[in-house]
Design a protein around this ligand. Structure first.
Ligand code: B12
Length: 448
């Protein structure tokens, strides 16, 4: 079969971070490798970086199947693209997959999408390409059916990074240019109320010898480990570092961790830094204890503060994730700004709380949303989808913007970024920040 694998470009209304970060479509590289191994021809179109239009790609070849991957923000765009496929190639099968399809497959049900992969997507897709009837595949979503248990194949099939060769120079992560990604574990052993990642699958670790085999094939110097919590298992973290040394793998890593790990395992934090870890993304979520409890985060404000300080003392960058609650007042935003400026380098991602469909927070929300779920492009964790309680929506957006300007984007931090990462990176990030700034100004003038 001739298969086109597509990552769509987000709708221009989405506040997406692609000016700051464009990562390789690792999931499509997996699908490409799985299809190739089974003797099929595949091609990846990364529409974020692709120069040709989607229609002209479709007209260039008689594809038998076009597969899309996406998150919640992409659902509407995928449906539009699938319609285009049906118009240009009426006999072509259309397939929707990705984490959102795995948790909320029903949202993809429409006449222009033939197959929704909600489990074991790689093996199911190969079966279909081999001629299996999708109706008989447990990995294909059917209303009322039971979801099959996951079968992990990622230690046998590595993502084929040659499939994105023409795009690779454009992949980066915040201040880290030319950055590859790798997934060494799936899911997360914690169960924070707001977190979508825990709904995708249970926690599962890949074999570290296979992770090392894969790492040895990556040509980029910077590698973003996209595990939901890379430090969930301290023994595995130590072994990972030992194996890097044994195999002579020298990379610069960025990964997700938790404050409780960092505060309890200072030795391992040192080891990670010595092994090439430059930065950690830590969901500190709030400066208010009560909110951490509400989210079932199982960390404290004290741990959060200490964790950021430890990373800074050890010479690492901490990218902190903050969630702004519905009831925040100006005083809360002021307190947040003060709290963040207590750190040497407050590099933060400030998001209004977004009860993601599929999470307990969404199920038990019990309040009205001001943005309907069908406006998928606005469920980007940057738009405010509820009615704030402490102020109007416009003021709420203004305060989020103010918090960025007074912390991550203040003069001292701008100088720090320029000096540490160089002018080219600084300029790229500045361009991205300006774009998002104006998207927020738009929301301050006329909120969605
Ligand atoms: C790295 C990452 C990114 C990267 C992009 C990575 C990428 N590949 O496009 C960056 C940093 C740019 C990013 C940005 C965003 N992200 Co993000 N991101 C992640 C993260 C941490 C890991 C994703 C990843 O690389 N996975 C690696 C692949 C290999 O694993 P996988 O996706 O599970 O895929 C497997 C299967 O699902 C399957 N599969 C998936 N797709 C397909 C397709 C086919 C055809 C087949 C056969 C199989 C298949 O095969 C894979 C191998 O088993 C996830 C967290 C998570 N647990 O998913 C959040 C996550 C996916 N992101 C999220 C969001 C919201 C965003 C943004 C919208 C945020 C924003 N406001 O900007 C943007 C959108 C960007 C865009 N391009 O449009 C949410 C999505 C929530 C939801 N309900 O949909 C997540 C879950 C995090 C969260 N906070 O909850 N993200």
């Amino acid at each position: 079969m001739d298969v086109l694998l597509v990552r769509v470009k987000p709708n221009k209304r989405s506040v997406n971070l692609q000016s700051f970060m464009i990562c390789e479509p690792l999931e499509l590289e997996y699908a490409y490798a799985a299809l190739n191994k089974a003797g099929h021809t595949a091609e990846i179109a990364d529409m974020i970086l692709e120069k040709r239009g989607f229609k002209s790609i479709l007209k260039s070849r008689k594809y038998d199947m076009v597969c899309f991957t996406g998150y919640i923000v992409h659902v509407g765009e995928i449906k539009k693209h699938a319609l285009t496929v049906k118009k240009i190639l009426p006999d072509c099968k259309t397939v929707a997959a990705g984490v959102y399809a795995e948790v909320m497959p029903g949202d993809y049900v429409c006449s222009q999408i033939d197959v929704i992969l909600w489990a074991n997507a790689l093996t199911t897709l190969v079966n279909i390409a081999n001629g299996a009837d999708p109706r008989g595949e447990a990995g294909v979503y059917k209303c009322g059916a039971e979801k099959p248990a996951p079968i992990r194949v990622e230690d046998d099939i590595f993502p084929d990074r040659t499939s994105t060769a023409k795009y690779r120079d454009g992949y980066n992560y915040i201040y880290h240019d030319k950055c590859a990604t790798i997934k060494t574990s799936f899911g997360c052993p914690y169960n924070c109320e707001f977190c979508f990642c825990t709904r995708i699958c249970g926690y599962a670790e890949r074999r570290l010898d296979r992770v090392m085999d894969e790492l040895e094939q990556i040509s980029e110097e910077n590698v973003f480990i996209v595990d939901d919590d890379f430090t969930a298992n301290v023994g595995r973290v130590r072994r990972f570092c030992e194996l890097l040394a044994e195999r002579g793998v020298k990379k610069h890593f960025i990964a997700f961790s938790r404050a409780d790990f960092i505060t309890a395992h200072r030795e391992e934090v040192k080891l990670l830094h010595e092994s090439g870890f430059d930065a950690f993304f830590v969901g500190i979520e709030s400066y208010r204890e009560g909110e951490l409890d509400r989210f079932n985060k199982r960390t404290t404000v004290e741990q959060n503060t200490l964790a950021v300080n430890i990373l800074e003392e050890e010479g690492m960058q901490c990218y902190s994730g903050i969630i702004v609650g519905e009831d925040w007042t100006k005083r809360d935003f002021d307190a947040l700004i003060g709290y963040l400026n207590g750190f040497r380098h407050p590099l933060v991602n400030i998001q209004p709380i977004t009860p993601m469909p599929g999470t307990p927070l969404y199920e038990n929300y019990g309040r009205e949303f001001t943005v309907p779920r069908e406006r998928y492009e606005l469920w980007d964790m940057a738009h405010v989808v509820f009615k704030p309680r402490g102020m109007g929506k416009r003021k709420y957006y203004y305060n989020i913007l103010r918090a960025y300007i007074k912390t991550s984007a203040n003069k001292t931090q701008r100088r720090f970024i320029r000096e540490r990462y160089g002018k080219a990176v600084y300029k790229r990030v500045k361009r991205g920040a300006a774009h998002i700034f104006f998207q927020y100004v738009g929301q301050i003038i006329k909120p969605a």
